[in-house]
Ligand binder design. Structure first.
Ligand SMILES: Nc1ncnc2c1ncn2[C@@H]1O[C@H](COP(=O)(O)OP(=O)(O)OP(=O)(O)O)[C@@H](O)[C@H]1O
Length: 425
């Protein structure tokens, strides 16, 4: 059985494979054709719907069917102003890297934009929509978020509905057949029941059970899976990982957490020493978590299939770092989980970090360098030469020298001008 996540492996490549979204597909096709005829009725569409109903999949499948290049920004990256600007830049070049194909721009999960932290990102998207030469697809789980008001006004809103039980069963049966897993129709029905229209969740359950038991029955689903009501908060995620008795339980906790992957690694890391008593368990826990972090970095470079390993490592990898789980006497230990100290530290140091950023921006501007360079190369000098150690006289001289060099520059320019005018006469 392959280790690739089935939700990725069986992601529809073409619109015809996307289940249950017939009206959405039709609406999107006529919107894209209006672009092709040179008269787009809207420059952008905003696909709204709960997680796992196919928003991203539909955008990708449509690009495939119309043989267009998809300029895609991953959810967590599309939120920052600079990233939006860089995609706007790429989008404004008229020819595609891959020949003369058309392009579709996809900005995923725009409701994840934090209007304070990512100030300027929404106005930048609105500018991008106004100026774009290419169709833009935006996706959101909650389009009614107040911060999206202006986006709602400029984009055509298209709602996606949850997958019904019949299309969901069809989808799961197709995967069972391809993976040669014995699937009892009632078992498939039970997964369709608990997944509440979220195809990603349903496929994850199917894979988790099939990988351990090699078959999927109603009893197994009822015994092992709880109804999907919502994503897990950080404390529930930790408890479900640390207390997991089965591989699939820990994996499901890691994949259904509301905490983003990077932060989840910090949560787990903070709490490993609290949960595990044996130092060797602690060592093993940190070891797998370190590997999860490496895979996550690589996944973020674009190889998103690697996320599957991130889940395996930070879920079951951590859960079974506790060696006593392997003998029958293990009992879950209740501990009061702690907030990652990183989060505390970040909020405590916010003021000084903001001051550092604004100071480094000034230096960067004056020295024509990046803020990173200002922080890493110029700041250390300024730290060893604190200005308050200079006497007022010394400071005056420093400023005088600056002025002197300005005057000298001015004089040099004047001399050059004089020479030029002499040559002309
Ligand atoms: N309508 C569908 N037909 C077939 N497969 C689907 C459908 N919707 C989702 N899937 C499956 O679920 C996976 C996740 O779907 P996708 O990422 O498109 O969901 P989404 O609506 O964009 O979710 P999110 O809001 O969490 O990003 C896909 O890789 C695919 O395997």
């Amino acid at each position: 059985m392959s280790h690739l996540q089935w939700s990725i492996k069986y992601r529809p490549r073409s619109l015809s494979e996307v289940e249950n979204q017939e009206e959405v597909k039709e609406e999107l096709k006529s919107w894209l054709e209006s672009w092709m005829n040179g008269k787009p009725n809207y420059k952008a569409v905003l696909l709204n719907g709960p997680p796992g109903v196919g928003k991203t999949t539909i955008a990708e499948a449509m690009a495939h069917d119309y043989n267009m290049e998809l300029l895609e920004m991953n959810a967590s990256d599309s939120r920052r102003l600079n990233d939006v600007k860089s995609i706007a830049e790429k989008a404004s070049t008229s020819s595609s890297l891959f020949g003369e194909k058309g392009r579709i721009i996809l900005l995923d999960e725009v409701d994840g934009i934090n209007s304070r932290q990512d100030a300027g990102a929404i106005p930048a998207i609105i500018d991008l929509i106004e100026e774009t030469k290419f169709p833009i697809i935006l996706t959101a789980n909650n389009v009614w978020d107040p911060s999206l008001r202006e986006l709602r006004n400029v984009a055509k809103l298209i709602d996606l509905k949850r997958l019904g039980k019949i299309p969901m069963k069809k989808l799961l049966e197709r995967i069972c057949k391809a993976e040669k897993v014995i699937c009892d129709p009632k078992g498939i029905g039970a997964i369709a029941d608990v997944s509440e229209g979220d195809a990603r969740y349903a496929i994850n359950i199917l894979q988790s059970i099939a990988e351990v038991y090699r078959r999927v029955t109603e009893d197994l689903v009822k015994e092992l899976v709880r109804k999907k009501e919502r994503t897990l908060d950080p404390f529930e995620t930790l408890r479900d990982i640390f207390w997991a008795k089965f591989f699939w339980q820990a994996r499901a906790a890691a994949t259904t957490s509301e905490v983003d992957y990077e932060l989840l690694i910090r949560w787990i890391s903070e709490n490993i020493p609290l949960q595990f008593q044996d130092m060797e368990d602690v060592f093993r826990g940190f070891d797998v978590l370190g590997k999860a972090s490496i895979f996550l970095r690589r996944a973020k470079l674009g190889d998103w299939d690697l996320l599957s390993y991130v889940f395996d490592l930070m879920g079951p990898g951590v859960a079974f770092a506790e060696s006593s789980k392997l003998n029958g006497s293990w009992k879950a230990k209740w501990v009061k989980y702690q907030f990652p100290s990183y989060v505390h530290l970040m909020s405590k140091t916010k003021e000084s970090r903001d001051a550092l950023r604004s100071a480094s921006e000034k230096i960067a501007k004056a020295c024509h360098c990046s803020t990173d360079k200002a922080i890493n190369e110029y700041f250390p000098f300024m730290r060893v030469l604190p200005l308050d150690e200079f006497s007022p006289q010394e400071l005056k001289v420093i400023k005088g020298i600056e002025r002197e060099s300005e005057t000298k520059n001015g004089e040099r320019q004047q001399q050059r001008k004089n020479i030029r005018s002499r040559k002309r006469t």
